[in-house]
Design a protein around this ligand. Structure first.
Ligand SMILES: Nc1nc2c(c(=O)[nH]1)N[C@H]1C(S)=C(S)[C@@H](COP(=O)(O)OP(=O)(O)OC[C@H]3O[C@@H](n4cnc5c(=O)[nH]c(N)nc54)[C@H](O)[C@@H]3O)O[C@H]1N2
Ligand SMILES: Nc1nc2c(c(=O)[nH]1)N[C@H]1C(S)=C(S)[C@@H](COP(=O)(O)OP(=O)(O)OC[C@H]3O[C@@H](n4cnc5c(=O)[nH]c(N)nc54)[C@H](O)[C@@H]3O)O[C@H]1N2
Ligand SMILES: [Mo]
Length: 766
């Protein structure tokens, strides 16, 4: 009998409604309401005194890095504390006074907890001691740290090959923890290191490496001061990167223009009232977007192609619009690119993208005259079948305009998790790097495996097929974050052992292998003290700058261990004294880890010193216009195909997006204030014409159904909300709608699930 049958686990939790209110979408972001909501969330979780002290310490030079997002800190942080509403919520969530202790687990079985909503589960509080769910049991029980390490070591030893282990990483870990984890996994003998990046910016990484030679963005924060045009595509900064709005505000104040490309008119891109300034609180704020191009979902390539065609046509009439000198000197493939672009007619492209030509012409007109252009993007571009090509088309535009390697211009993939970029830099990846392996061999005296590992979607398949049997997660909420929730649940339940190193309870702790293990860890904000000495970490922000982060709050419990300590503990139990690395000691000594990082990872020399203050930038070849690593030594133009969906009359394209009150799978609250949706997450935003066409009405209860390769997947019980969204496009929240996304449908090359373009039909719920 399968394990899932033995434990009666609800994979999705409750689908009950919570009592919706709908208002008009907001006309500006932040301002006083943001301050109010930030304080409300903080007071509720931490109390008044602790809240005020905590908020003043965020993102200051000697403080801790906000666990909210990876947007960089300004050189001169504001006196009020450099935080935003959603950063405050992130910290309130971590610094909450509530605790999940052994009494909690003896009161509630995993069967019962699995019936709860993600919101309810997350609000239970911080995990404070190691817990084990033994085979055939439905209650977690306490286990000592040493026993827990031995248990993991034993299950790892029982595997037939190291490739039966899967080691996931979310993006909140420090460079030190991630480096040690990657080192242990390689020493263990596999490259099975899926990470959250696989579901996130992997498409950006692949596209940027192939075209520009580095998988990261090229701009620095200062570039926003000088940019003449910032294009914000497939990104909702007002909610997901609120501190970016200050950079956009500065750009506007300096005379820059903002073009936003998005199926939705997101409030954060309309107008911003900076709560860190008096005028932001009492005044009317700064208008941000100059031109909004309301593109249809996944029709960014046709839109960019029309823009490119129009710019090239204008240049033929009046030279200087296309930067031919830059193209000649630094790029390869321009003629091919032109030839391919010629195959498309403007009319066909305009029809496909759904944007009116007048707005496109306005955008072209301002782009024609400028060269300091930044393109920012996030999940709206990466999570499609052609995610990689979406980004390559953006690079085409920047190359055409010579908008790289100069102040105020460049690529800006806006990262998700606060250290997802750093984790990659220090070695979390399923790919094999010969250079990294050689450096590890030289420094540590063992040979890392040379076989390519599994990424997220393939790790899920391997577990489902019984080819992988132990799953270890350094942070994250794998079940809810991954696509195809039911399939992923079966995959995890097939495992012998699932281990989660976590700060807070989530659904992945409830949908476990035969044995489940929770190893509770210190959060970023907490004081990390050993032998009287306060330890600090380093992290890398979205713009490639490495700096320190030092926790300062009293830890949720004295029995918590830091991530490096836990990794060191597991590794030491696994290897005993039979290894060239002294795992336990290394796990406890971050200075030593940093010394090793210096030796192994390029650009990290003297990291301990250089990470002081505002930190240091890692090398970036695009900033230097050095493309030697690429074919012909030049940046590459790409020929991108048009996306193909061929929607039938009754089919809709669904994007799964974040509400204003969540951090990925952590649900802070039930409001999506900027979009005017309150106290409900089970909603689907639809164009009024589609609502009529489908014979529906506002607030009707519907089910969404996706059918791929003959398999139907159903997400049931969602409320219809009329919304300003293109026809045949709909939006619903992640993770509730993840059940619709097939595990085997993902972007070419990057394997990022198609979370932003799922074909569905809608039926009225019975
Ligand atoms: N508060 C908060 N902050 C966060 C997070 C969070 O959940 N909460 N998550 C963090 C993480 S891990 C990440 S990756 C980022 C995510 O940051 P975002 O990428 O901003 O997050 P999403 O909600 O997925 O938003 C995608 C945006 O793309 C648009 N979009 C969808 N499809 C398309 C398309 O085909 N074309 C275009 N042009 N636009 C499209 C949507 O309308 C939406 O505005 O934020 C990070 N920061
Ligand atoms: N449909 C759909 N699916 C998506 C997306 C989407 O847009 N649509 N977005 C994707 C993206 S961009 C991402 S990045 C992934 C996110 O995937 P994950 O990173 O796996 O998910 P999170 O929800 O961020 O993880 C939250 C959990 O991390 C743990 N945690 C928090 N802080 C710490 C810490 O400091 N240390 C440790 N060890 N644990 C900690 C807590 O236990 C918390 O419950 O989801 C992806 N899934
Ligand atoms: Mo992400």
């Amino acid at each position: 009998m399968s394990n899932s049958k033995k434990r009666n686990i609800s994979i999705l939790g409750t689908d009950k409604f919570t009592g919706i209110t709908i208002k008009e979408p907001a006309e500006y972001a932040a301002g006083l309401p943001a301050v109010k909501v930030a304080l409300e969330h903080s007071f509720k979780e931490m109390g008044v005194v602790k809240s005020l002290s905590v908020l003043s310490k965020m993102n200051q030079k000697e403080g801790f890095d906000c666990p909210g997002c990876a947007w960089p800190d300004p050189e001169k942080p504001s006196k009020l504390g450099e935080y935003c509403e959603n950063g405050a919520k992130a910290i309130a969530e971590e610094a909450t006074n509530k605790r999940v202790n052994r009494d909690f687990f003896s009161k509630y079985s995993v069967e019962e907890l699995s019936q709860w909503s993600d919101y309810h589960i997350g609000k239970s509080g911080r995990l404070i001691e190691p817990m084990v769910l033994r085979p055939n049991s439905i209650h977690y029980e306490p286990i000592s740290w040493e026993e827990a390490y031995e248990l993991v070591a034993k299950k790892l030893k029982d595997l037939n090959t190291p490739d039966e282990g899967v080691f996931y990483t979310s993006g909140r870990s420090s460079n030190e923890a991630a480096f040690l984890y990657g080192l242990f996994v390689r020493a263990f003998g596999t490259n099975n290191m899926p990470d959250c990046s696989n579901m996130c910016h992997e498409s950006s990484g692949v596209a940027l490496v192939e075209t520009l030679g580095i998988g990261k963005g090229s701009v620095k924060l200062e570039d926003f001061d000088q940019a003449e045009i910032v294009i914000v595509m497939g990104q909702n900064p007002g909610t997901n990167h609120p501190r970016m709005l200050s950079a956009l505000q500065k750009c506007k104040e300096n005379g820059g223009k903002i073009i936003s490309i998005n199926p939705l008119e997101e409030a954060g891109l309309i107008r911003f009232k900076n709560p860190q300034e008096i005028k932001g609180v009492v005044g009317s704020g700064t208008a941000l977007t100059d031109i909004h191009l309301q593109v249809k979902i996944n029709q960014d390539i046709p839109l960019l192609k029309v823009i490119l065609k129009k710019l090239i046509k204008l240049d033929a009439e009046n030279s200087g619009i296309v930067d031919l000198e830059f193209i000649e000197k630094y790029t390869y493939g321009y003629q091919n690119f032109l030839k391919k672009l010629d195959q498309y007619s403007e009319d066909e492209l305009i029809r496909a993208c759904g944007v009116d030509e007048k707005s496109i012409d306005q955008a072209v007109e301002i782009l024609a005259k400028k060269e300091k252009i930044i393109i920012c993007w996030a999940m709206g571009l990466t999570q499609h079948k052609n995610g990689v090509e979406n980004i390559k088309e953006c690079v085409n535009l920047l190359l055409l305009k010579g908008s790289l390697g100069k102040p105020g211009a460049g690529t800006c993939p806006v990262r998700g998790h606060s250290n997802v970029q750093g984790d990659r830099t220090v070695g979390i990846m399923h790919h094999v790097s010969k250079e990294l392996n050689e450096a590890i061999q030289k420094t540590f005296g063992f040979t890392p495996p040379e076989k390519e590992g599994l990424d997220t979607v393939h790790a899920i398949q391997a577990m489902h097929e019984g080819k992988a049997k132990v799953f270890v997660a350094l942070g994250g909420n794998f079940l809810s974050a991954a696509s195809d929730t039911k399939y992923t649940a079966e995959a995890l339940q097939n495992c012998e052992l699932t281990v989660n190193i976590s700060t807070k309870l989530n659904r992945t702790h409830l949908v476990t292998g035969k044995t489940g293990l929770i190893l509770p860890t210190l959060g970023r904000s907490e004081l990390d003290k050993k032998d009287g000495k306060t330890r600090f970490f380093t992290v890398e922000n979205s713009m490639g700058k490495v700096h320190r982060s030092k926790g300062m709050l009293k830890p949720a419990s004295d029995s918590l261990r830091s991530e490096p300590e836990i990794i060191g503990g597991i590794a030491s139990a696994y290897f005993g004294n039979n290894h060239s690395v002294a795992w336990k000691n290394l796990g406890a000594d971050y200075d030593s880890i940093r010394e090793k990082i210096e030796q192994v990872i390029k650009g990290f020399d003297k990291v301990s010193n250089k990470s002081k203050g505002s930190g240091f930038y890692l090398p970036n070849n695009v900033r230097e216009l050095d493309f030697r690593k690429l074919p012909k030594g030049k940046a590459q133009f790409s020929c991108c195909d048009l996306p193909e969906h061929n929607l039938k009359e009754n089919e809709l394209l669904l994007m799964t997006i974040r509400s204003h009150d969540q951090f990925n799978t952590t649900i802070y609250g039930l409001d999506d204030r900027y979009r005017g949706v309150y106290n409900e997450r089970r909603v689907v935003l639809m164009n009024s014409k589609d609502i009529i066409k489908l014979g529906l009405q506002k607030l009707d209860v519907i089910n969404m159904i996706s059918s791929y390769d003959g398999e139907k997947r159903v997400a049931s019980n969602f409320l219809v909300i009329p919304y300003n969204i293109p026809e045949q496009n709909i939006a619903s929240y992640f993770p509730e709608a993840n059940v619709l996304i097939p595990y085997n449908k993902y972007a070419d090359k990057s394997h990022t699930p198609i979370s932003k373009s799922v074909i569905v039909i809608i039926e009225k719920a019975k």
